[in-house]
Design a protein around this ligand. Structure first.
Ligand SMILES: Cc1cc2nc3c(=O)[nH]c(=O)nc-3n(C[C@H](O)[C@H](O)[C@H](O)COP(=O)(O)OP(=O)(O)OC[C@H]3O[C@@H](n4cnc5c(N)ncnc54)[C@H](O)[C@@H]3O)c2cc1C
Length: 593
């Protein structure tokens, strides 16, 4: 633990040193053309694209502080959750999921920093499936088929994988770098091989067909994290028409109650409240928890809920409903005879540090220990053009090989001691079997009318029993991968110390694996859907297909919360796409393009 704790102390010190100093090098103007709330994945893209018009003045407001160089080290991704760059949300206690976590609550980290969750994330870059977007369009969202959104996916990327970069699916002059991590363990080679032995193809999952196995395509540049802040704000820092203010909370969106016209925001900076006006629009990009929270605080949301908190209702709307996430079964651990996995303690030793500091290579360049994935359609396993309902994420370390991981997830101490402690000295790794097309939906509610109150989060995982069945099948598939010859050759064994509460069901039975999923319910951090996009006729929609808030003028939501259905992959790439497309819509609506 020595080195890791050193890193944590360093991270803690760095963040506390940053907090008092929030100077921004300009005076905030009383009025801007556009105000963007939240400098996360989406907000940074929008601020960049809108300031391409030199005549528009744009204010980007971020609650968090600056991104620091240590956040660029890919292997440290997990540890950033222990800093003030994390909002540290928790789900409400449950007896159906997160049962193996402290108080039956799952930790839900979110980025509170320039770059938002693109600074805390694992840099895994996946677009999802063609059918995800065709389905969005079928739900009444004109302009959102895969063919419509592909140009925006291409616009984002500077794609660096030689075999694929010339394909019609990719592009090489976008702001964000996409490529493989510069280093792979021998374990990941064996996992890829095992998938091939099972009949899986090696694919460009961001290309023609998603189904198959691959090393992760990542948002790394020269072996370092490439966040939305680095990719989209750094290169345009010289633009005089962009003002960025940090460590500033937007408390409320200002809307005329009679005309329903948005005219600005109320902010709080250094403890002082003030108002900034918008000439054209306010764009809310505060993420899938804070965007619905801010809308509700401003009077847009479910009437009865707002009235119960004495918030005047400007628009009765299903804000906060339709909450979706991807979850995986945690604790699925395998031991290895060969020293091919990652051990957190050894990770930051001399040779690895020298390799990384000199060349940005070696094990430190592995994003949070994640190395490869495979996408499967269990409903149509032999169809290469299927719609993946399962992902297996291959992680070259485990809760046993990095005891801080337990703290990331909030796993109960007694379970850690019993299940994982006995194998801390062994080589071990894990596979996360992940549910990609969840049927269960949750909800976010306000805890109070005060902007400082953390929202109440009800993920409702497994409220649809189908989800539990599917994740059990995924877990069996993951175990099957590890039983292939390539994995046997390196001495892979399933770790079988059972969860005491599930033990009576018989280790490895479907019932046991279901119980395991309910105990070690891991969020994959893909919160989405809470300001659902849909046409006027869709009573559950909060924004229209041009991302304008129904019933309110001059206000859009552009971030992960607009997804009507979560896509079958990790959500960062789709949020970039939504932001690129949303920016073009704003430009079109104001006659700039
Ligand atoms: C730990 C973690 C790991 C992840 N790993 C991956 C991965 O490997 N691959 C992947 O594809 N996706 C991953 N994700 C998900 C992905 O990063 C998110 O889907 C994406 O970043 C969401 O973008 P966003 O713009 O919607 O919100 P965010 O990026 O979260 O941005 C919201 C911003 O708004 C700011 N804000 C909020 N409220 C206010 C307010 N009232 N006033 C001012 N500012 C405010 C926040 O501080 C934040 O900076 C991960 C997420 C997390 C947290």
């Amino acid at each position: 633990q020595g080195i890791l704790e050193g890193v944590l102390t360093l991270l803690g010190e760095m963040s506390s040193q940053l907090i008092p100093d929030s100077t921004d090098e300009f005076t905030i103007l009383p009025e801007y053309d556009f105000i963007v709330v939240g400098a996360g994945t989406a907000g940074c893209v929008i601020a960049n694209r809108l300031t391409e018009n030199p005549k528009w003045k744009v204010l980007l407001i971020e609650a968090g502080y600056i991104e620091t160089p240590i956040m660029d080290f890919p292997i440290l991704a997990n540890y950033l959750q222990f800093t003030d760059a994390n909002w540290r949300f928790n789900t409400m206690p449950s007896q159906r999921y997160c049962m193996g976590m402290e108080n039956g609550q799952c930790n839900w980290p979110r980025g509170k920093v320039m770059g938002g969750s693109s600074v805390l994330n694992y840099m895994i870059y996946t677009r999802g499936n063609k059918k995800d977007y065709d389905n969005w369009a079928k739900l009444g969202n004109e302009g959102w088929t895969f063919d419509d959104v592909l140009p925006y996916f291409k616009k984002i990327e500077n794609f660096t994988i030689d075999e694929y970069k010339d394909s019609e699916y990719h592009n090489t002059d976008g702001y964000l770098n996409i490529g493989y991590a510069p280093y792979h363990t021998k374990l990941s080679e064996a996992l890829i091989e095992a998938n091939k032995e099972l009949g899986m193809k090696y694919v460009d999952y961001n290309g023609k067909s998603q189904i198959g196995v691959s090393y992760l395509q990542t948002s790394l540049k020269d072996g370092m994290r490439h966040s939305s802040n680095k990719a989209y704000i750094y290169p345009i820092k010289h633009r005089k028409n962009l003002h960025v203010i940090k460590m500033t909370m937007v408390k409320k969106i200002l809307i005329d109650p009679k005309t329903k016209q948005t005219y600005g925001v109320e902010i709080i900076k250094n403890g002082r409240s003030s108002t900034v006006l918008s000439r054209k629009e306010v764009i809310v990009s505060a993420g899938a928890i804070n965007s619905p929270q801010l809308l509700m605080l401003s009077g847009i949301g479910p009437k009865r809920h707002l009235q119960s908190l004495n918030i005047p209702v400007l628009k009765n709307s299903r804000v906060g409903f339709n909450l979706m996430d991807h979850i995986a079964v945690g604790g699925l651990t395998f031991t290895l005879e060969k020293p091919y996995s990652i051990n957190a303690d050894k990770m930051l030793e001399h040779n690895n540090l020298i390799d990384y500091l000199n060349y940005h290579k070696g094990p430190i360049s592995i994003p949070g220990g994640c190395e490869a994935l495979s996408f499967h359609d269990l409903t149509d396993p032999n169809n290469p053009d299927g719609h993946a309902n399962i992902e297996l994420l291959y992680v070259s370390g485990s809760i046993a090989s990095d005891s801080l991981l337990r703290k990331n997830f909030g796993i109960r101490e007694d379970l850690y001691q019993k299940i994982f402690k006995p194998i801390v000295d062994k080589h071990s790794f894990s596979i996360f079997p992940m549910l990609l097309l969840p049927k269960s939906k949750g909800r976010i509610m306000l805890s109070s009318a005060d902007y400082r109150g953390k929202p109440l989060i009800f993920p409702n995982y497994f409220s649809d029993p189908e989800d539990l069945k599917t994740i059990v099948e995924a877990t069996k598939l993951a175990i099957n991968v590890t039983q292939q010859p390539a994995m046997m050759k390196i001495g892979t064994k399933l770790h079988t110390i059972p969860i005491p509460e599930c033990e009576p069901l018989g280790f490895g039975t479907d019932e046991y694996l279901g119980c395991m999923a309910q105990h070690f319910t891991l969020t994959i951090y893909h919160l989405s859907g809470t300001c659902k996009m849909g046409p006027e006729t869709d009573k559950r929609a909060v924004v229209d297909p041009r991302l304008r808030v129904h019933g309110i003028k001059g206000l859009r939501v552009i971030d992960a919360s607009i997804m009507p259905e979560v896509i079958s992959g990790h959500t960062n790439a789709p949020v970039y796409m939504i932001a690129e497309k949303g920016s073009d819509m704003i430009k079109q609506d104001w006659g700039y393009i």
